[in-house]
Design a protein around this ligand. Structure first.
Ligand code: ATP
Length: 915
């Protein structure tokens, strides 16, 4: 049993780099890959492989931050002076508001932090390990010293690792050494005194693999790693802010300051020119200040974002950078990978071509049952077929776990499908590792599009097997293997023809080849494949489109979003799949080579016209993003490899694949898709549009309330009238009804036509045009309602308290009806759906009705807020004012849609021109 006593301590001083690799395994008692139980026991001893997190904002810090706010200063000052003037009740209410405001901010910020940390956990880094029972992908936090890890381009090294095997492995160690050039690694021990940058036999936690592959044993984890020693802390994720919210924060701050200055001026002017007493004037100015400051706004906006982030995470899209929430709503082009995103990435070999014979392979998915047929007859397994199957089985890094009925696959699904095919063609895939061990390899690279391995058997044969994109492999081959096992000159034309046939059917075509080498060959280099390579044959793999992607593409087209497929696959395969998916211009496919010959201007033109791009490399993705952006597109781009990082960074919305994507791609992107599914991108766009419109609704709802109230007070002061609503009553409206009602807008579901509208133009600013008009217009409506009610009550009852109570109730009723109007800014609100509301809206309205009844009829409120009971007639009047607001705004929307439908239409027309 393991204990702290018989395992070495994790010491940063231990010079693992200078010990030879085998010695290390002995020291770590890990001469063989660890078993699951051993790993768990070690985890107990060493603790999780995690850096201690940077301290979250403690509750106290969060609380004090709430107090640093202009509104709070204003309120505290007002409370102090009101108290000094002997208005204890008023001072008490103002203090209560301070407490409520602070608590709301405190809770809301806590919620936002929770949302962010939940996302942080969803994106926990992963590591590929080899354990006793094969390869696994695990959370990097579960790695222990002694574990065997595998490294690939784009991986962040998950723990300090002593390398045992490297193939062209280069690691970028800038975060540790500041050196930006990637360091070439090798398993050879280096001298004990070597500086960190020279410890080439080590891969350090947190550094990034830029090329090549490697395998090694974990020697230090968590805080004991080099990065743990340097920083000791994990950087925390971003805050819940977007450019719009930051703009609104700044707007609210500046507005508050202007209001305070204006209020002071009004106060001074009032002292000189008006007959109001000092106390009356002071209370009026306090009223004006709290009326005008949009106190609830920042909280509402942050909550809207937090809810948006949560909704997206539910739809498998995790937002890494908050500003993207706004760009998502404006996306006008989505550029997507094909394999796994638009297709299912559940591959099966359906066709093989050997000895110029086309054969069909039966069987479904990854099940092993199936055989090779020619027409309807099973084929006798020939030497050549076995050779093809051997190449498919050996030049392959996938693993099939046979312990369950349906084999579990580990690694690349395409390679797993090749293993299944090899089995069906009578190659012993389970015994292959033992019968044909691998001596060396050239890993698959998206640039070169092939992979090669050097294998030998135990009878003195050595063979290089190559597989890859057919045109690439055919270029390498001089000869083809014939049916009887001999070779003849390669007849390229015949093979090109059959590749065209297979790819036109939508199959992914791979060519397999071999090169016999002498038995003592131990290394494999790309140059070795310049001569002597013999073509074995082809395989065709079926990768059906995702049904949900077909639907999502249709939705995109309705929403005015162009969809482009950018794939590394063959042009004909890409075209055939594009047709199945319903992409618009699937007849025309541009290849990477075509793109290379284009000028920037020509590319801009073609990038909008063409929807399918094949045999592309990551650089082409970058050029395409730039070309589409130059055409005013807001571009979402998917990617998974390390080389995709520049395009992901450049795109307005960089989307990394959570399942097959590399850490480098995730870090460069602003959204990570947990299920790699195209439909999730479209769901995220829909959420993005919803968040954006909810932010707009929140602003459109809250600002007119402040506007209406402050214009009312200013009008009263200018006309020398009594205030129609007292400062405390304004606080009540702003802190209770306005906030409760506005909160519901954060939960507003998408409007039914949210994906039927064209995307917002990139340059769209929220506080322009329509919104400014709406705020102004509704402020005037509120002003009319407040004064109308006050005058009416004064005229009939001549009682200040009754008049003010009616004015407040009228304002709140108008807010309630305005809420229903604001839920549909561009479409009619008086519809069955609109009137029924949502459960949250109804709950909020019921709460407000109860609170208003208390406010109006409860004696405690009468004393505190100077209110008075109202007759039913008066309540009806208040409601009537609300109905009037709704009807007027409905007419306004109708007129607006008649008079200015052009903007939407223009955008739509522009979109259609490009489709
Ligand atoms: P997408 O970019 O849509 O995901 P893709 O998977 O076809 O498409 P790449 O991974 O760049 O794109 O692959 C490009 C080509 O390289 C493939 O069409 C195939 O011919 C070849 N290929 C892919 N994976 C391997 C592999 N593991 N071994 C050998 N060749 C491969």
């Amino acid at each position: 049993m393991l204990s702290e006593n018989n395992l070495p301590q994790q010491s940063p001083e231990q010079p693992w780099h200078s010990v030879n690799a085998f010695g290390i395994r002995e020291l770590l008692e890990a001469t063989a890959p660890l078993s699951g139980e051993e790993a768990v026991a070690r985890l107990d001893v060493y603790g999780p492989n995690r850096l201690p997190e940077g301290k979250a904002n403690g509750p106290l810090a969060r609380l004090t931050r709430q107090l640093r706010n202009v509104l709070i200063y204003v309120l505290l000052t007002a409370a102090a002076i009101t108290g000094a003037l002997g208005h204890w009740v008023d001072a008490g209410v103002i203090m209560a508001v301070v407490v409520i405001q602070t608590l709301v901010g405190f809770i809301q910020e806590g919620k936002a932090e929770q949302a962010l940390s939940a996302i942080g956990h969803m994106l926990a880094p992963k590591a590929r390990v080899v354990r006793e029972d094969g390869q696994h992908q695990i959370n990097a936090a579960d790695l222990v010293p002694g574990d065997t890890v595998l490294l690939e381009p784009g991986d962040r090294v998950p723990a300090d690792t002593r390398l045992e095997k490297c193939h062209n492995l280069k690691i970028e160690e800038a975060i540790l050494t500041g050196e930006s050039v990637a360091v070439e690694k090798s398993p050879e021990p280096v001298e004990k005194e070597a500086a960190l940058g020279d410890q080439t036999s080590m891969a350090f936690s947190g550094t990034m693999v830029s090329t090549g592959t490697g395998r090694g044993v974990v020697v230090r984890t968590g805080a004991a790693t080099e990065i743990g020693r340097i920083s000791g802390l994990l950087a925390r994720t971003t805050s819940l802010k977007t450019p719009l919210v930051e703009k609104m924060d700044r707007f609210a701050k500046i507005l508050s300051i202007i209001i305070v200055i204006a209020a002071a001026a009004v106060f001074a002017g009032g002292l000189v020119f008006s007959d109001l007493s000092f106390q009356e004037l002071f209370m009026a100015v306090v009223g004006l200040t709290v009326a005008a400051i949009p106190e609830g706004l920042p909280a509402i906006l942050t909550i809207t974002l937090a809810i948006g982030v949560r909704q997206m995470a539910k739809r498998q899209a995790v937002v890494r950078r908050m500003p993207v929430l706004e760009s998502l709503g404006a996306v006008s082009v989505i550029c997507s990978d094909k394999t796994g995103t638009l297709t299912r990435n559940e591959m099966v070999v359906t066709t093989a071509v050997v000895g110029r014979q086309r054969m069909d392979i039966s069987g479904e998915g990854y099940e092993l049952e199936g055989a090779v047929y020619q027409g309807s007859h099973p084929v006798d397994v020939t030497v050549l077929l076995v050779d093809l199957a051997r190449a498919a089985g050996l030049c392959n890094d996938a693993h099939l776990d046979f312990r369950e009925k349906q084999p579990r696959i580990q690694g690349d699904p395409m390679e797993a499908a090749l293993k299944v095919f090899a089995h069906k063609a009578a190659f012993d895939i389970e015994g292959s590792a033992h019968d044909w061990p691998r001596r060396d390899e050239i890993p698959f690279d998206t640039q070169t599009r092939f992979m090669a391995t050097l294998n030998h058997d135990h009878h003195g044969h050595s063979m290089v097997y190559v597989k890859g994109a057919p045109e690439r492999i055919l270029d390498m081959c001089e000869a083809e293997v014939t049916e009887n096992g001999g070779t003849s000159a390669l007849e390229r034309y015949w093979w090109d023809q059959i590749i065209t046939d297979l790819a036109s059917d939508g199959l992914r075509v791979l060519a397999l080849a071999r090169k016999p080498v002498s038995r003592d060959t131990t290394d494999l280099a790309v140059e070795d494949l310049d001569t002597g390579v013999e073509l074995l044959g082809l395989v065709g793999l079926l990768d059906p489109p995702r049904q949900e992607a077909i639907r999502a593409i249709f939705d995109c087209h309705t929403a005015g979003i162009q969809v482009k497929m950018i794939t590394g696959d063959h042009a004909l395969t890409a075209g055939a799949i594009a047709r199945k998916l319903g992409l618009r211009n699937s007849e025309r496919v541009l290849t990477g080579k075509d793109l290379d010959g284009l000028s920037a201007e020509a590319l801009q033109q073609l990038a909008t016209e063409v929807d399918v791009f094949a045999r592309t490399s990551p650089e082409h993705k970058l050029r395409l993003v730039e070309a589409l952006q130059a055409q005013h597109g807001v571009v979402a781009m998917t990617g998974d490899g390390v080389n995709d990082a520049p395009a992901l960074k450049r795109a307005d919305v960089g989307i990394a694949m959570g399942v097959k994507g590399s850490e480098a791609a995730r870090e460069a992107s602003s959204v990570v898709l947990l299920d790699d599914n195209f439909a999730s991108i479209v769901a995220a766009v829909r959420e993005g549009r919803t968040v954006y419109s909810n932010l707009k609704k929140g602003i459109a709802f809250l600002l007119p309330i402040n506007g209406g109230e402050s214009i009312s007070l200013i009008t009263a002061l200018l006309l020398g009238l009594a205030l129609p609503i007292s400062p405390l009553q304004i606080l009540w409206v702003n802190m209770v009804s306005a906030v409760v009602l506005a909160m519901t807008l954060a939960f507003e579901p998408p409007e039914p036509d949210v994906m039927k509208r064209p995307p917002l133009p990139r340059e769209q600013s929220l506080l322009q045009g329509f919104l400014v008009w709406r705020v102004f217009f509704v402020s005037l409506l509120f002003l009319t309602g407040i004064f109308g009610a006050w005058f009416w009550a004064m005229h009939h009852y001549d009682d200040q308290n009754i008049a003010r109570t009616l004015a407040v109730n009228t304002l709140v009723a108008m807010e309630v009806f305005y809420l229903f109007a604001v839920r549909y800014l561009d479409t009619p609100s008086i519809t069955l759906r609109g009137v029924l509301g949502t459960p949250i809206v109804l709950l909020a309205v019921a709460t407000i009705v109860i609170l208003q009844l208390l406010f109006t009829y409860l004696p405690w409120f009468h004393n505190t807020f100077e209110t008075s009971a109202l007759s039913l007639e008066m309540l009806a009047l208040a409601c009537l004012a609300g109905v009037a607001v709704l009807v007027i705004l409905e007419i306004e929307t109708w007129i607006r849609r008649r008079l200015w439908p052009t903007r939407l239409n223009e955008i739509r027309k522009r979109q259609q021109k490009h489709m």
